[in-house]
Design a protein around this ligand. Structure first.
Ligand SMILES: Nc1ncnc2c1ncn2[C@@H]1O[C@H](COP(=O)(O)OP(=O)(O)OP(=O)(O)O)[C@@H](O)[C@H]1O
Ligand SMILES: [Zn+2]
Length: 284
């Protein structure tokens, strides 16, 4: 039996699967304190035992096996969770279980590669644009991680000449997340992102920045496909706008697949993270 834990800033999702694709059982717990929330996760897997569990956590997390803090959630602004040994705590309670450990967005990237929009491919970038912005990158079938995991949601952008919004990233102001996340849109335009009409100028600016993000990762990791998920990407009109801006910015400098099949929406919707976590655990 395979298990998945999607550790998010607002909720934890625990699930089990036999084949890594079909979810047999799933339960959600609110993210409160580590003690309380982890106790619920432990209770879930005592009741639904798994031989292997994929733990996909909100970040930043320490994924460097050589580090003393491997398996920890590190500098999160989330109260009570700073430097919490999430992997170690679970391993202590399930000593016979094999764990895979990565970021939530890496797991979703892996799920989309193996069973979603990137099925059959080896290289994929997955962007989530929601409360936060982040990228999971798979290269040659493996998650891209070095000294740490990518934090591409915070890359620095060329500002649109007409854009005076200061951005809302507490670390960088007008980084990608600071300009394009759901909360950034709300702060910029004075209403929730989902209430902005499809023809609102917000979406042209949003596409302008997300296209830069795609160009940057195209030029650095050369994926076979770029997949977008997250709440903000429910705005389907963003896709043609991003492709247009991408085309303009890249200016044919490198060859990429046809844009309609290169920059695409998520295929597995809310299950991408769990499926990725199962399959990472399976191959751990
Ligand atoms: N239809 C929509 N159109 C535009 N924005 C939306 C839409 N639905 C949700 N959002 C925005 O997406 C954000 C929530 O993102 P998401 O649904 O991915 O959840 P999340 O899990 O909180 O995000 P994250 O994965 O970054 O933690 C909110 O800021 C919300 O305003
Ligand atoms: Zn930032």
């Amino acid at each position: 039996m395979l298990g998945a834990i999607e550790a998010g800033g607002t909720k934890f999702v625990c699930a089990i699967s036999e084949n890594g694709i079909d979810i047999i059982d799933q339960e959600t717990f609110p993210t409160t304190t580590p003690d309380e929330t982890i106790a619920q996760v432990i209770g879930y897997f005592k009741a639904h035992p798994a031989d292997r569990i994929g733990l996909a956590s909100f970040g930043p997390i320490d994924v460097n096996r050589k580090s003393d803090q491997y398996g920890y959630i590190t500098k999160t602004p989330k109260a009570g969770w700073q430097f919490f040994d999430i992997l170690g705590t679970l391993q202590k309670h399930f000593p016979d279980t094999k764990f895979a450990f990565t970021t939530d967005v890496n797991a979703a990237a892996y799920g989309e590669l193996k069973a979603g929009a990137g099925k059959g491919l080896d290289d994929l970038v997955y962007w989530t644009v929601g409360t936060g912005v982040g990228a999971g990158i798979v290269q040659n079938g493996q998650l891209l991680q070095g000294y740490s995991h990518p934090e591409a949601g915070h890359i620095i952008l060329r500002r649109h000449p007409d854009d005076t919004f200061a951005g809302n990233c507490p670390f960088h102001g007008d980084c990608l997340e600071g300009m394009t996340s759901g909360p950034a849109l709300q702060k910029h335009w004075g209403k929730p992102a989902k209430d902005l009409p499809a023809d609102h100028p917000a979406w042209d600016l949003e596409a302008y920045y997300l296209a830069q993000a795609c160009v940057d990762l195209t030029l650095t990791v050369a994926p076979e496909k770029i997949v977008f998920g997250g709440g903000v990407m429910h705005q389907q009109q963003l896709f043609p706008k991003i492709r247009n801006q991408f085309n303009r910015l890249l200016n044919d400098y490198v060859t990429v697949p046809p844009l309609d099949s290169y920059i695409v929406p998520i295929d597995l919707a809310d299950n991408a993270g769990a499926i990725g976590a199962f399959l990472l655990a399976q191959s751990a």
